[in-house]
Every structure is written in C-alpha cells, then in structure tokens.
Write a protein that binds this ligand. Structure first.
Ligand SMILES: [Fe+2]
Length: 468
C-alpha cells in the first residue's frame, strides 16, 4: 500500500476512534447545566401580599385544600379553616353549582403551638364519587358559603393517561408564587408534593400564622385538584425550647393523608392508585429500619402492587437517595441502604424527592451489590433500577442549593440549580413524557425532557441513557 493511502487509512482510523470515544463519553456522562443562578436571599412575601388575602365575608372558609380520601380516588377529603367560630363541617356537592344534592359531614379540630392558637380546622370526606366526573362543592353554610370544583380521578387501569404535577419545597416567596403560577399554566390533574410546605418554622417561634398564609396562597390550586403530601423536615416542628415536643403537630392537624386506606399505621407513609400509576409515599423522618412499621408496611405494599392494572410504580420520599449537591449530601443514604434493594426488585419506575433546593435527574442506577466487605460501593448503570429525580426547587425562603459536588458523579444525568416544577405525562402502559420547567424570570422554560419507558412492560429498554 502506498504511503499516502496508509496515512489516509490511519487518519480515518484515528478520526473513528476519536468519534467513538466522544460518543462513549456522551453516552456515559451527565450534564451540569450551564444555566447558573446566583444564590440570593429569598424572603417570604409580606403578610399583606394579595396572594394571602383573607376571603371576604363573616367566618368565610379559607385555606381550602383537598387530597385523596381513599386509595383509589372515589373519595376526596376536603379541608378548610374558619377563624371566628367553628360553624359547621358539612360539605354539599353535586354535578352543578345549583344542584349540590349530596352532603357529607366532617369534623373540626384546633391546636395550640407555643403562643399561637389555630382557627377551626375542618376535614370532611366526600365519598361515592363517580370516576372522571366534575363535581362542585361548597362549605361555610350558615355564614359565608364558598364554592369550588374538582374532577374525580379516572378509574385505575393500565392505559389510563394522567398528568401528574411534581412540586417540592415550595414555601411562600415570590419564587414560590412563580412556581405555582407556572404549574397552573402547565395544567396537571393532581400534584405529588415532595414535602416542606410553608417553612413557618423559619420564622421566630415557628410563627404558625405562616401556615395560614401558605394555606391561603396554595388554595388557588389545591382547592381544585388533589395534592398528595410527602412529609418534609420543615413539617416536624419539634421545638422543645418552645415547649413543643409533638413532632408534626401543625402538619397533622392541617393536612390529612389517606394512610388508613392503604393499611399504614401513620399518616406519613401511604399509597394511592391514580390512573395507571401506583404511588407510594415514604417518610424520611419516621423510623424505616428493618422491623419498623414503615419497613414492614413497604415490604407488604410492594407485594400488593398489580403492574397489569397500574403499570407505573412511583416512590416519593422527601430526602433524595441519589443527590450530588453539597446541600443535604448523603442525608438520604440510610433510607437508600434500607430500601434500594426493595425498589430494584420491585422494578420501580421513578423515585421523586425534594429537600435539596435544586434540580437533578439520575440515570437508571443501583448500588445494591455493596455489602460492607466487598468494596463494590460505586453505583452502576442498572436497567432494572429506578430513575431518581430531585425536585426540591419550588422556591422557598432558604434559597437555592447551588453548590454541587465536583466532578459530577457518573450516576447523575442532569443537574441545575434553578427553581421550577415538573409534570409527568403518562401516556399509556409503556410511555410517559416528563418535563422539568425552569422558572426563568417570569416565563417557564422546558429545561429537561425525557421519554420514560415502563420497567414492567419494557424492562430492558434503557430510557435514561440518552435524550430522546
Ligand atoms: Fe427539606
């Protein structure tokens, strides 16, 4: 072969090797977004902000919110607060505003927290809802009546589409307001909320008036669709220095969960079946080691999942198991050690978390081979394993978590320190389109999109390795 031809072949070979190496690197490596916000002090909106306005009228119901009242969504629990007197806890509901022909009776509670006394907190469960039907509902009878509406969730089934909103660590700053406005524009059918609601505990004496402002702020969405609550560390409100030693006191009085319907002994871990998804909520701040109620419940619950009926299996916990931000680094590790093998064995599709005030998505990875003596402690690509998404970026008083570990670990596919929200658009039993929206100074921008494929129906498809 002539020298020129040999050189030509070598050059082509060299270019091919370079291209191959580049492609391999691209396929393997994650991305740290170049979109970079500086961390600024964030303040809660002032108490007289319009989004906190008390609804007009004597003893008007306020802070209206709803969540699942049973496991499958044929019941909804509606909650609200009256400030002047208890009034009654009845909800009238029906298919038209002038035909509220069904009634449900609830009850009310109050609590004291240090120098604060709550209003009258009402809870009322509407039952026998027909699937997919729009209902109007009203409360406040005898004084000021307010009317809202919602659509009952569809009957669970393998190809039932659903748009699930994903919000975490929301708080009540101007950024929180942007996030909620953007979510409303996105238009999900329900929200899986990843914990840390009001951040009232960041104020002196855990000022519980900030629970009330948060309730009035969030009403514009959660009075019209169910939000599923994960419990965060800012819900603990354990403050012995204030004489407050009952963990989760404000949260449990205000925000019920349907835990009894899924056989859970505590409100902090439970499950629901929503359209084609089985959603399991875990508690980072309750005992979860082997033999504890949460561990035993999760073990049993995973056996109850029927993937032919609800192919999408989703877990949620406040503290992320995979997080490469310096903030809260490794805090989720104890739960990962306890639960990851269960999640991999169950072929969980997605694990959502909050807590870290930034956004991160992992590849499909697992770290279940490590057994403390074998040294195999590096997460590896694993098509059986979930994708982990941290979405604690609602925009709260603590600001952004914008210090990431360097270099970006191999398990991390995409990370960015911005506020935002996401939506999981489940299309059918095999595909779901996922979008994370960054709050971008007034507009919302789709900054991370993925087609996820189902671990039960497409177990060998590696959907997490490449952008699609
Ligand atoms: Fe948190």
């Amino acid at each position: 072969m002539a020298m020129g031809a040999r050189l030509c072949c070598s050059s082509i070979l060299f270019v091919l090797v370079v291209l191959l190496l580049a492609a391999t690197t691209m396929a393997r490596g994650g991305v740290t977004s170049s979109f970079w916000r500086k961390s600024e002090a964030t303040e809660d909106m002032p108490m007289d902000a319009d989004v906190f306005a008390v609804p007009p009228g004597p003893n008007a119901p306020q802070q209206v919110h709803m969540t699942f009242g049973d496991k499958d969504g044929t019941a909804m629990t509606v909650s609200w607060v009256t400030m002047e007197e208890a009034g009654n806890s009845t909800v009238m509901y029906g298919r038209a505003t002038d035909k509220l022909d069904m009634a449900a009776d609830g009850n009310h509670t109050r609590y004291k927290y240090h120098n604060y006394t709550s209003g009258f907190i009402h809870h009322c469960t509407l039952t026998n809802l027909e699937r997919g039907v729009k209902y109007y509902y009203a409360m406040g009878f005898g004084r000021t009546v307010r009317t809202f509406w919602f659509t009952a969730p569809p009957k669970p089934g393998p190809d039932v589409p659903f748009r699930l909103g994903l919000i975490g660590d929301l708080g009540q700053t101007a950024y929180s307001n942007s996030t909620l406005t953007h979510y409303e524009a996105t238009g999900g059918d329900a929200v899986l909320f990843m914990g840390d609601l009001s951040y009232a505990d960041k104020h002196p004496l855990h000022d519980n008036n900030r629970w009330d402002t948060w309730g009035r702020f969030s009403e514009r969405s959660v009075a019209y669709q169910p939000w599923l609550w994960v419990t965060g560390n800012h819900e603990i409100d354990y403050a012995p220095e204030l004489g407050e030693t009952m963990p989760f006191k404000p949260f449990t009085h205000r925000y019920p969960t349907p835990h009894l319907a899924s056989g859970s002994s505590e409100p902090y871990w439970y499950s629901v079946r929503l359209a084609s998804a089985h959603i399991i909520v875990l508690s980072s701040y309750s005992a979860f080691t082997k033999y504890t109620p949460q561990y035993k419940w999760l073990e049993a619950e995973l056996k109850r999942v029927n993937r032919t009926e609800t192919p999408w299996l989703i877990l949620a916990s406040h503290s992320p198991w995979y997080n490469s931000n310096n903030f809260h680094y490794m805090e989720g590790e104890p739960m990962r050690v306890q639960f990851e093998q269960l999640a991999v064995d169950a072929r969980v599709d997605l694990v959502f978390s909050g807590h870290v005030h930034a956004y991160e998505r992992s590849f499909r990875v697992s770290n279940v081979k490590y057994n403390i003596t074998d040294g195999r402690c590096t997460p590896v690509r694993d098509r059986r394993a979930p994708v982990y998404i941290t979405i604690g970026d609602g925009g709260n008083i603590e600001g952004l978590a914008n210090e990431m570990t360097q270099p970006q670990p191999a398990y991390s596919a995409f990370r960015e320190a911005s506020f935002g929200h996401a939506v999981l658009d489940i299309k059918n039993r095999t595909h779901a389109y996922y979008t994370w929206y960054r709050n971008d100074d007034g507009a919302k921008v789709a900054a991370d999109t993925m087609w996820f494929t189902n671990r039960y129906h497409m177990p060998n498809h590696d959907d997490s390795a490449t952008k699609q």
